[in-house]
Structures are given as structure tokens and as C-alpha cells.
Write a protein that binds this ligand. Structure first.
Ligand SMILES: Cc1cc2nc3c(=O)[nH]c(=O)nc-3n(C[C@H](O)[C@H](O)[C@H](O)COP(=O)(O)OP(=O)(O)OC[C@H]3O[C@@H](n4cnc5c(N)ncnc54)[C@H](O)[C@@H]3O)c2cc1C
Length: 462
């Protein structure tokens, strides 16, 4: 068997693993990255990027096929036609372009990238099984970045017309009808996109509301938009099983019902990928289904690190990347800790939702009385000109010293505001810091300024 020696061995080339590899390479650490599938991981190939491409295409199709908004600004035209095969090819081309970029960045950083499945032998050795044979890799530092995979429901195992998000994003035709089981962000993003592309969508959620991780005030505009799009949302509904073209559920009233749907997307969460590659040979402390790590992403074994989805919630690409970058710097000798004030969470639903920092409930639980300011987009000029005046920005701060605790927004395109929100929280902004910053006019970001002014009891435009 071929033998390789390296300072750093990273298993898994998703956003966590490839970012760790690039930074380690840049810092002069001799680095090997082993990836079983494609460099870029779930995020690039079956997650963030392809889902946003389909969402963007769906938004365009919907705007053109439901032209009331365009009518209002004086634009009329003949009904457009969707060539979904071309949409899929466009999405795949974006993914391919970004994947080529990841490969080029790894090469530039002098990372040795291997395609194949890695099996861990011990804390300093793994075997990479590739088409060209097996290679034993010895390392000083082992980084586990194996990510996560869609969670199956025993009542609705994947296969045939029961799809995970991976298969839903690979469909080459828009299904006439789609049942979405699970109203978390993945189910709602894809369900709304397919509704806009022309599917009759039914959302089935076991809990009493959609997007259960977000508070009611934030999710109401999304629920209203579902109604506009003709999406039937059934909460308190438990999936019991499926037959060809139908899902059986127990409804909120406990009665069994049959929901007819050509395809079903099961989006009930993701689970850490910890089985099937020798992880059990290591003496690692687990935190439930995840690998336990400390604030440096160190596991319970010296020089064995874990980053990204395999370490738990929030399972988000930007968290994985930030952990990857940090671990590389620690392995190169830097003193770093993952002590972020907040990790932004964005739902690319319609309208979009951003949550950064504490929810109102958590803020009250931690700090008692809080100051709150909410500014609606219906009072924001730029939102009106964009025909996107639904939603708001909400700022929460400590009542005593005005340190900002949480910033949330719901509205069209608000994902781009997440940068300003995260920066404010990470820099420990007080309401006065936001209120005394000059925000460009006319922009939707002015709603952030106004929300802070309102929390201080001195709003200007409302
Ligand atoms: C539909 C969908 C939409 C999403 N949208 C967003 C979004 O908008 N924003 C966001 O932040 N996050 C989003 N996510 C989540 C995001 O994709 C993940 O949080 C992110 O990919 C996690 O990165 P990771 O590096 O930890 O793992 P992964 O991306 O899962 O990568 C792990 C890699 O390890 C490889 N691997 C596993 N075992 C082995 C082995 N033994 N040997 C070699 N290689 C191995 C796998 O092939 C995989 O490529 C979305 C996910 C999905 C499914």
C-alpha cells in the first residue's frame, strides 16, 4: 500500500474541510484533504448553492407568470414559458464553476487533494480508498469534517417518489404536485420554490407551526405568502406512511387523511455523519449524535479536531467555514477560540427571514427587561420602490445599558442585511452606536437604523 506523510490530514472536503485545508496550506502546513464525493460538500453540490439557484429561478418564473406587480409599474408582455431542463443546466453550471474554483484554491494553497473514502485507523493514521488503490496517510493532526446527511423518517424511507433535498434539487421536471414533510428552512425554501415553478404544494408539519425555530412575528409573513401561493400548510400533521402517489397522515384532530402528491420531499432535519469510516476506533467523547468539541474545536483526543455539521447545531456552512479557518490557524500555532457572539441564520423563504443573536424569548430569559424597536418596511421608501414593503427589522437590546442582543428581519431580499446585523453584534454595538451611524438613503438598511431609534424611544419616520 502507498504511504503518505503529512502534518495535517482533513477528512471531508465540504465548506468546513476545504476552508481548513486552504488556510492550513496558506500557513505552510503540509496538508492532505480526502473527499469521498465532490470538493465543496453538501453546501456546494446539494445544499446552499443549488437550492438558491432554484429559488432564484422560481422567483423569476413566478414574477413573470403572475405579473400584477409588473403591471403596476407599467410592464406587460406575453406569457413566458419555463424550460426547466435549461434551469437545471444553469444551476449545474453555477455549481460546476464554483467547484472548479474550490479545486483551484486548494491547488494554489499546495494542498494535496485525494478523491476517495477515508477510513480512520487511529488518531494519526487513515486509509484513503480511491479508484487508483488504497493509500495509508500518517499525520500529526487529524481534522474530522465529514458533515451531515438527510434524516430519514422510518414511515417514509427515501427512494422512488420519496425524496430527500438532494433528489429534489436534482429533479429534471417540475412535479405536478409535491408534499413537503417538515416545515423547517429546507422544506419551506424548496416547497415555496416548487410552488412558484408550478407544483401544487402541501406542507405537512408535526409541530404546531411552520419554521418552528423562529418566533411567530417573523414567520407570519411567510405563512401569509404560502396562502397567496396556494400552498396548503397542515400543522400538527404526522406522516404515517406512503403508497404510490399518496401520503397518509394523522391530522391535528388525530384523524387519518390521505394527501395525494406525485412526489414527497422529506425535510425533517440532518444527522451528523459519524458512521462507516472507523470513527469508533477513536476514543472520542460524543455530545449525543455529534462529536463533542471545545471552543477550539478540539475533541477529547490530542491533535484530533472536528469542525462543521459533525459537531452539531447550528448546521450551517458559514459556521463550518469559520471553524475550519480557526482550526487551521490553531494547528499552525495561533491562539484562537470560537467565541462568536452570534451566527446568523437565514431562511431563503419568501419573504426571507434573518435571525442574528437572541430571540425575544431568550433575551428576556437571560436579561429580564429588554428594549425592543421594530420598523416596518411599509414605511421605507426603497422597499416601496422595490414593491417589497412586507416585513420589518426588529432590534432587541438590554434595557439597562442598551447593548444589542438580537437583530431580526423578515422581508424580500433581507438576507443581505445579515452582514450589518452580525457585525453590530460581534462588535458589541449599543443601540446608540446603530442610531448614530449614518445609513445610506434610500436603502432597506435604513429600517435597521430606524428600529434602533425606535428602541431608544426616538423614531423619525414612523
Ligand atoms: C438543501 C440544503 C440547503 C442548505 N442551505 C444552506 C444555506 O442557505 N446556508 C447555510 O449556511 N447552510 C445551508 N445548508 C447547510 C450546509 O450545506 C451545511 O451546513 C454545510 O455543508 C456543512 O459543511 P460541512 O463541511 O460540515 O459538511 P458537508 O458539506 O456535509 O461536507 C462533508 C464532506 O465530507 C465528505 N465525507 C464524509 N465522510 C467521508 C469519508 N469517510 N471520507 C472522505 N470524505 C468524506 C462528504 O462527501 C462531504 O462532501 C443547506 C443544506 C441543505 C441540504
Amino acid at each position: 500500500m502507498n504511504e503518505l506523510r503529512s502534518k495535517v490530514l482533513i477528512i471531508g472536503g465540504g465548506p468546513g474541510g476545504y476552508v481548513a485545508a486552504i488556510r492550513a496550506g496558506e500557513l505552510g502546513l503540509d496538508t492532505v484533504l480526502v473527499e469521498d464525493g465532490r470538493f465543496g460538500g453538501a453546501c456546494l453540490h446539494v445544499g446552499c448553492i443549488p437550492s438558491k439557484a432554484i429559488i432564484q429561478a422560481a422567483e423569476t418564473v413566478h414574477a413573470l407568470t403572475h405579473p400584477h406587480a409588473l403591471d403596476a409599474i407599467g410592464v406587460t408582455f406575453a406569457r413566458p414559458k419555463l424550460d426547466y431542463a435549461k434551469t437545471v443546466a444553469w444551476k449545474d453550471a453555477i455549481v460546476a464553476r464554483l467547484a472548479t474554483g474550490v479545486g483551484a484554491l486548494l491547488k494554489k494553497a499546495h494542498v494535496r487533494s485525494l478523491r476517495g473514502r477515508a477510513t480512520i485507523m487511529d488518531g494519526k493514521t487513515a486509509i484513503a480508498h480511491s479508484d487508483t488503490g488504497d493509500q495509508r496517510i500518517a499525520c500529526e493532526h487529524l481534522v474530522i469534517a465529514t458533515g451531515s446527511e438527510p434524516l430519514q423518517l422510518p414511515a417514509l424511507p427515501f427512494g422512488g417518489d420519496i425524496l430527500s433535498s438532494t433528489e429534489a434539487l436534482a429533479l429534471t421536471q417540475v412535479p405536478a404536485s409535491l408534499a413537503v414533510v417538515g416545515a423547517g428552512y429546507i422544506g419551506m425554501e424548496l416547497g415555496m420554490a416548487f410552488a412558484k415553478l408550478g407544483s401544487k404544494v402541501t406542507v405537512l408539519e408535526a409541530l404546531p407551526k411552520i419554521l418552528p425555530l423562529y418566533d411567530e412575528e417573523l414567520t407570519q409573513p411567510v405563512a401569509r405568502r404560502c396562502e397567496d401561493l396556494g400552498i396548503e400548510v397542515m400543522v400538527g400533521a404526522k406522516a404515517l406512511g406512503s403508497a404510490k402517489g399518496a401520503i397518509t397522515i394523522a391530522g391535528a384532530d388525530g384523524k387519518e387523511k390521505t394527501i395525494r402528491a406525485e412526489k414527497a420531499l422529506v425535510a425533517v432535519g440532518r444527522r451528523a455523519r459519524t458512521a462507516g469510516f472507523g470513527l469508533e476506533k477513536l476514543d472520542l467523547t460524543m455530545a449525543g449524535p455529534f462529536i463533542r468539541v471545545d471552543e477550539r474545536c478540539a475533541t477529547s483526543m490530542r491533535n484530533v479536531w472536528a469542525i462543521g455539521d459533525v459537531t452539531g447545531e447550528p448546521m450551517l456552512a458559514h459556521r463550518a467555514m469559520a471553524q475550519g479557518e480557526m482550526v487551521a490557524e490553531i494547528m499552525a500555532g495561533a491562539k484562537r477560540a470560537f467565541d462568536k457572539v452570534a451566527i446568523p441564520a437565514v431562511c431563503f423563504t419568501d419573504p426571507e427571514i434573518i435571525a442574528v443573536g437572541l430571540s425575544p424569548e431568550a433575551a428576556r430569559a437571560a436579561h429580564g427587561e429588554i428594549a425592543t424597536g421594530l420598523f416596518p418596511f411599509r414605511a421605507n421608501g426603497r422597499a416601496m420602490t422595490k414593491q417589497a414593503d412586507e416585513g420589518f427589522v426588529r432590534v432587541l437590546a438590554r434595557a439597562d445599558n442598551h447593548v444589542v442582543l438580537g437583530i431580526h428581519a423578515v422581508g424580500a431580499g433581507v438576507s443581505e442585511l445579515s452582514a450589518a446585523f452580525a457585525l453590530a453584534l460581534e462588535m458589541g454595538a449599543r443601540l446608540e452606536d446603530v442610531a448614530e451611524t449614518v445609513f445610506a438613503h434610500p436603502t432597506e438598511s435604513e429600517a435597521f437604523h430606524e428600529a434602533a431609534l425606535k428602541a431608544l424611544g426616538k423614531p423619525l419616520h414612523i
